[in-house]
Design a protein around this ligand. Structure first.
Ligand code: F0G
Length: 456
């Protein structure tokens, strides 16, 4: 019996629009072969991201009516604060408009130019804010994370030897915090084990270094701990999440993922002094400290989403959808990152197009070809996303050259996933005809969002 059938039924529907091959060829050309620049009305199944694309529940929509749109001291802020304190366990909360707002505040408040920030692989906006604040980022994830075929169950783990080596090299006083991401997005949605989080805490405690969690998909991480780590099989998600967060001093959060809302985020910390600083900074960049760029109704929906995300049948079906798509692709020997991660299937574009050089943008090419084939929108997570080294100005060459099929929460059905698999197969069968792309326009910051390409 399927253990992961959706624990909800559909109450409101949104029609999908189909297009012809000619229309799609025109649309992708107009978008400069960058799926970020497509108009969403030209997209059939949108797997660009799981960020802000969730379907809210009837309860969340009801919560929207309870929005207290006061400039200061909104009821919904206190409800959100209480909810985050209860489930994530941190002492202080600062709301932000989304995750990168929180990253900006933490980076500005905690980093001094010349500092070093270790992290388990990078995330685009997170590293950007760290570098902008004057820090150098160091990837301390285990080597297995860079290997698409490694079946390590916790490929998000921090390599303690790499972390210790960095501390020995630059000194603990130059490391304001370790940036620890739960289910590492760029590695393929790969989790960290509880054992690893605990060990990172012990190591950093010995050197007086803080740990800040990127809690964006921490509930999904908790699910993998329950599924894969000894001693957690019978524990509720909330308990595992609370223990996991207890090994950090605070967190940045993009509520657009785990919290099942379309916008919002927060920063949280146990550190009274840092809280004072961030609560002061938030009024400059986001809004007053009791709304941080969110409407009251958005904070209410988010507080409800926190509780819904901790429901085990929901989470089992969420991860189950991605595993189902993985099983379909596996049957056809399509190369993708294994084990299947928490929010997406990451196609291995190097293995898809072995004849293309990384500087011919294989993952970008695959995203464009998949769109042209069926109107399915995916995202590049390879050399374009990695950007340029701020010192040398050269392309960074990440080992992983991936095209991400990201599954929004509670949005698509199994039949949609069947269709996705069929289109990926069609592109795989036609892989010989892929010619690669050339970069023709490159913005200065986070180039993948707005870059333009032309076929070679
Ligand atoms: N951290 C992680 C791990 C993320 O995946 C994201 C966003 C952020 C921080 C930034 O949060 O978008 O709310 O400002 N990831 C989206 C994605 C954009 O498509 O993976 P944000």
């Amino acid at each position: 019996r399927r253990s992961w059938a959706e624990p909800y039924k559909i109450k409101v529907v949104e029609p999908l629009r189909t297009t012809t091959r000619e229309e799609r060829d025109r649309a992708i050309a107009e978008a400069g072969w960058n799926t970020f620049l497509l108009h969403s009305r030209d997209v059939y199944i949108d797997l660009l991201t799981d960020s802000g694309t969730s379907a809210m529940s009837d309860r969340q929509w009801a919560g929207m009516m309870l929005g207290d749109e006061a400039y200061a001291g909104s009821v919904n802020f206190y409800r959100l604060e209480e909810t985050v304190q209860k489930y994530y366990g941190y002492k202080h909360l600062v709301p932000t408009h989304q995750g990168r707002g929180a990253e900006n505040l933490l980076s500005q408040a905690a980093i001094t130019p010349g500092d070093h920030v270790p992290g388990n692989m990078y995330f685009t906006t997170t590293r950007f804010h760290q570098e902008k604040a004057g820090a150098t980022f160091h990837d301390v994830i285990i080597d297995e994370a860079h290997d698409t075929a490694s079946l390590h169950p916790f490929k998000g783990n921090i390599d303690l030897d790499k972390l210790q080596a960095l501390i020995d090299e630059v000194g603990a006083d130059k490391i304001p915090y370790v940036c620890m991401a739960a289910t590492v997005n760029m590695a393929g949605g790969q989790p960290i084990s509880m054992e690893n989080a605990r060990a990172v805490r012990e190591l950093t405690d010995r050197h007086g270094i803080k740990v800040y969690l990127d809690a964006t998909r921490a509930v999904e991480n908790a699910y993998f701990i329950i599924e894969r780590e000894a001693g957690y099989a019978d524990k509720p998600l909330a308990e595992v999440l609370a223990e996991f967060c207890s090994y950090s001093d605070g967190a940045t959060m993009s509520g657009k993922k785990d919290h099942l809302v379309n916008i919002g985020g927060w920063f949280a910390t146990n550190d009274d002094e840092l809280f004072e600083e961030v609560r002061n900074l938030v009024v400059v960049y986001e809004g007053l400290h009791t709304y941080g760029g969110m409407a009251g109704r958005d904070m209410e929906a988010m507080a409800i989403g926190v509780e819904e995300s901790l429901d085990m049948p929901y989470m089992r079906s969420r991860i189950g959808q991605i595993q189902y798509l993985g099983e379909l692709l596996e049957r056809w020997d399509i190369p993708f990152v294994k084990p299947v991660g928490g929010h997406a299937i990451f196609l291995d574009a190097r293995a898809f197009y072995p004849h293309l050089d990384q500087e011919q943008f294989p993952a970008q090419t695959l995203a464009a070809n998949l769109y042209a084939d069926s109107g399915i929108r995916s995202m590049e997570r390879g050399i374009v996303s990695a950007g340029r080294d701020p010192e040398t100005g050269e392309h960074r060459h990440p080992k992983l050259e991936l095209t991400r099929l990201t599954i929004p929460r509670r949005v698509y059905t199994q039949a949609h996933l069947d269709l996705v698999a069929e289109s990926v197969k069609a592109c795989f069968d036609a892989h010989d005809s892929a010619t690669g792309l050339r970069l023709v326009y490159e913005p200065k910051y986070l180039r993948f969002f707005q870059a333009r390409f032309e076929p070679l």
